[in-house]
Design a protein around this ligand. Structure first.
Ligand SMILES: Cc1cc2nc3c(=O)[nH]c(=O)nc-3n(C[C@H](O)[C@H](O)[C@H](O)COP(=O)(O)OP(=O)(O)OC[C@H]3O[C@@H](n4cnc5c(N)ncnc54)[C@H](O)[C@@H]3O)c2cc1C
Length: 414
């Protein structure tokens, strides 16, 4: 079996992995990125719309343009990129980590590295995760799959579609289908508010007169060889009101009902996962419970903006570079908790006596909120006013954390 060595191994060649690899290599570390597909870029490659890189590059790039930027940075910095190679296993015990990789060109490889960065992205939840009654018939797609078929292979999934879920992929696909001449009958959303970014509601639904039915659910999918119609109903007190059930004729359904970080590898090697984010539990250096293994991007928690993915990847890279050089992070003695109106916070532990960066998501929609971070004694450690908050839009904050304690993050009305 062939063995390769590196200072830092990066698993996954999407925005997170490429950004991290560029930064590690630029810091002079021998960096090897492993990507299972035949080209790097991850999900960016199928996102041909613009809207990427506004914060980071001060430009509105398409997904492939953003991927090209970060790939060029990684290559110019000297990172080695191994394509068609899938990491099958991580042995995180010991100072040097061992990855077992299946490479289409080289067979099974062992890669030994001082530090590992997990950047495996996420995958879509599908109909099976929801338990929608009705037929198993043709014409049912995940929104991301339909995006790939149209944008990369030039294939149209159907002629009249219903989109279940108002996540960003579903919204972007509503516009994409309309541009391709596919009639989008409606987007239905189980929650009383949209799951996607406001700009996507305006640009992808309102501009195309596509109805968004909030607090509605699919009650059935029907058709013999292919979808012929779906039934939908409004939710009343959280239960579908069948008296108001409606039939909508369509030959295609796209599901845009959430993303799940790909952490099978992480779980198998003993990395602790957060049941809310489905990503690793990390400290403020973005290190998991296995020393020397770091995590960033959608595998850590699902992001809506690639700019935040790259910022997080920079931080994971800086930590991995320091680790590979023999430095060790300070003790993460602060326990971080998501309290009222927040679904989660990342990282889960922070270091006292320095500035820590936090990302979090609201669990509800609020106008004029205040993010408050308090100690167990009720002392306010940090606060920040926010014009509005919604689950679709990640909140970020960076502030000095003076002392070891438990910090509870809450969103208050103000
Ligand atoms: C449809 C859609 C539209 C979006 N629109 C916008 C937008 O307009 N603006 C914006 O800023 N952001 C947008 N985003 C968000 C942003 O693009 C993503 O959050 C970001 O690109 C995710 O990067 P990532 O590297 O974490 O994951 P990914 O891009 O998913 O990359 C992960 C990579 O890891 C590889 N991998 C996984 N497991 C293994 C393994 N075991 N071995 C080797 N390789 C592995 C995968 O093949 C993949 O290439 C959008 C996202 C989607 C899905």
């Amino acid at each position: 079996m062939k063995t390769r060595t590196a200072d830092i191994a990066v698993i996954g060649g999407g925005a997170a992995g490429l950004t991290a690899a560029a930064r590690c290599a630029a810091a002079g570390k021998k960096t090897l990125l492993i990507e299972r597909l035949s080209r790097p870029g991850g999900v960016l490659q199928q996102c041909i719309h613009s809207g990427f890189g506004i914060h980071r590059f001060n430009e509105e790039l398409t997904g492939p343009e953003y991927a090209h930027r970060v790939l060029t940075q990684a290559e110019e910095a000297g990172a080695e990129i191994l394509l068609n190679a899938t990491v099958m296993q991580i042995d995180g015990t010991g100072e040097v980590k061992t990855l077992t990789v299946y490479s289409r060109d080289e067979g099974v490889l062992l890669i030994r590295a001082r530090a590992v960065i997990l950047a495996m992205g996420c995958r879509e939840r599908c109909r099976g995760n929801l338990g929608i009654p009705g037929e198993r018939t043709a014409g049912i797609f995940n929104a991301g799959l339909a995006q790939k078929l149209i944008n990369e292979q030039g294939l149209l999934p159907g002629t009249r579609a219903v989109i279940a879920g108002s996540g960003d992929i579903g919204l972007i696909m509503a516009r994409r289908l309309s541009w391709c001449g596919v009639k989008v009958a409606c987007v239905i959303e189980i929650m009383p508010y949209p799951a996607g970014l406001s700009r996507n509601i305006a640009q992808c639904l309102e501009d195309f007169d596509i109805p968004l039915l909030l607090s509605h659910t699919l009650t059935g999918i029907y058709g013999k060889k292919r979808v012929e119609y779906v039934t939908i109903a409004p939710l009343v007190n959280g239960v579908p009101d069948l008296a108001q059930e409606k039939k909508i004729t369509c030959d295609t359904i796209l599901f845009s009902v959430g993303l799940v970080p790909e952490n099978e590898l992480s779980r198998a090697c003993g990395i602790e996962l957060d049941p809310v984010t489905n990503g690793p539990r990390v400290d403020s250096s973005l290190m998991t419970n296995i020393p020397g293994i770091f995590s960033c991007g959608n595998v850590l928690h699902v992001h809506d903006l690639v700019d935040f993915v790259s910022d997080e990847a920079d931080r994971a890279a800086d930590s991995a570079v320091a680790w590979a050089a023999g430095e060790r992070p300070g003790e993460a003695a602060i326990t971080v908790k998501a309290g009222k109106n927040l679904r989660y916070t990342v990282p889960h532990r922070a270091e006292a006596g320095k500035t820590n960066h936090f990302y979090m998501r609201a669990s509800t929609v609020m106008d004029k909120a205040e993010l408050r971070v308090t100690s167990p004694e009720g002392r306010i450690i940090f606060s920040k006013k926010l014009r509005y908050v919604k689950p679709a839009e990640m909140i970020s904050a960076a502030f000095p954390c003076p002392e070891e304690s438990t910090y509870t993050f809450t969103l208050e009305n103000c």
